[in-house]
Write a protein that binds this ligand. Structure first.
Ligand code: ZN
Length: 105
């Protein structure tokens, strides 16, 4: 596996596009926690929105150019988070549910 620097937003976008799901055996995150398999890797944008890995793949070129050149559109990458750390979120692009969902009454 190539080395990814998770402080670099471009690397974060690349990582999510390349590894939509956490790897078998778990991945050690930058904060020392471990992400286990079957959770999706989610991209956090500069606006604080979440993008699922499908949308990152579909919009990869825009995301990379927005991130590198700061075009001011809404898909500049900031960081990566595992779905396992999120609750009641949706992808800002396709509105797919992300993370643990609380049942609605
Ligand atoms: Zn999506």
């Amino acid at each position: 596996m190539k080395k990814y620097n998770f402080d670099n937003p471009v690397h974060c976008a690349r990582y999510v596009a390349r590894y939509p799901h956490s790897m078998v055996g778990g991945r050690v995150n930058t904060d020392g926690s471990v992400t286990f398999p079957s959770y999706e890797n989610i991209l956090i944008t500069e606006d604080g929105e979440y993008l699922c890995s499908d949308c990152v793949r579909k919009n990869y070129k825009e995301i990379i150019s927005d991130t590198k050149y700061d075009y001011g559109t809404q898909c500049a990458a900031l960081s990566v988070v595992s779905e396992s750390e999120l609750e009641n979120q949706r992808c800002s692009h396709c509105y797919k549910q992300i993370g643990y969902q609380e049942e609605e009454d």
